[in-house]
Design a protein around this ligand. Sequence first.
Ligand SMILES: *Cc1c(COP(=O)(O)O)cnc(C)c1O
Length: 424
Amino acid sequence: MDLQTIALHAGYEKDSSRTMAVPIYQTTAYDFGTAEFAASSFNLEQGTDHVYTRVGNPTNAILERRFAEVEGGSACLAVASGMAAIFYSVLNVAESGDNIVVSNQLYGGTITLFNQTLKKLGIEARFFDIHSPEKIESLIDDKTRCIFFEAISNPSIDVPDFDEIIKISNKYNILTVVDNTVATPILFQPLLLGADIVIHSASKYTTGQGTALGGFIVERKDLSHKIKGNRRYPYFNEPELSYNGLVFADSVVSGMLFTFRARMILLRDTGAVISPFNSWLLIQGLETLSLRMREHSKNALLFAEFLESHPKVKKVNYPGLKSNANYKNAQKYFQDGACSGLLSFEIENLEIAKNILDKVTIFSIVANIGDSKSIITHPASTTHQQLKEKELEACGVPAGLIRISCGLENIADLIADMKQALEA
Ligand SMILES: *Cc1c(COP(=O)(O)O)cnc(C)c1O
């Protein structure tokens, strides 16, 4: 079935109320009915949709089943935000003394999480150059727990050589975690190429109109084969004390091993749960995701071509441009070569950049992406402000870089607006 059809129907079976829209189960808790049912629920024998909304909720479950199918995975855990999804995907495999090997081109918040918060927890992030994946091997040791990178990096807009990274991860039996926020499953499904875990900030294209925060962790079908018996992953292969010595790899239904542990340990203990109302908003967003991604991509390509032809623009980063270093990978990996709505461009300096931000009228100055309305950002002074100058350079953010999230407005209006701002 096509993704557009899946995104409209998967995971929802109408009950006797026969509501066309997915119902919002706005409840914290559920009536177990009998003492025995209650006991068996806490013993993980009854599924997770009716214990307590911190670990499961029927509206959240519909969103999770639907998104798992859209990503081509076997199970999904929805959480409160993209950052929670990233944090949990790392904590699900790593602890103090362990390390993770991560791309040097990452969302600013992810870099801060890896360099500051995880460091305080004793987990070391080892950075590799996204353009030289072969260097990953020299960073791996016995304590390496995952390889983390973005399918389209934000804000440098790079597309890595997936096959190469996945080959290395399989050689060393290490999980790959791919942040697919910007590409979305409509353009790219990393799990079908052999990636192990996909995470998302659903707060961007999935919600689509900037109305709800959310995050996803999705696992590949058959991932349990890679985890079971793998010495890198004791959490799954040794008795879990908080569940009477249960061994996850032996007990959990195949196809949901990774997300089940994240839910029943990390979400249970730290509680970054998504609200059922936000899940409902994300379900509405999913219904039109495929249409929107095609339009975002079309607009962004035309906008990038305009910028490339403008004398004041030094460089345009958009993988859909033939001149772009990522063009080959984008054509190889992305559906119809479409490259999403995110692009960035470089002008001479900080002052001109700030002037452009003040002169545009349709673009809003917002620290977000993936909205149906167009957004303009100056990363060096906002989203990446916490990074030192050297870190900024290392993650591809020069002072004159402007990031655009191309929305769904008429493209002629967007180009005219940017033209007058560049020439003002
Ligand atoms: C926004 C974003 C995140 C963080 O997601 P939140 O939902 O804002 O917590 C992570 N990765 C990428 C690529 C993002 O754009």
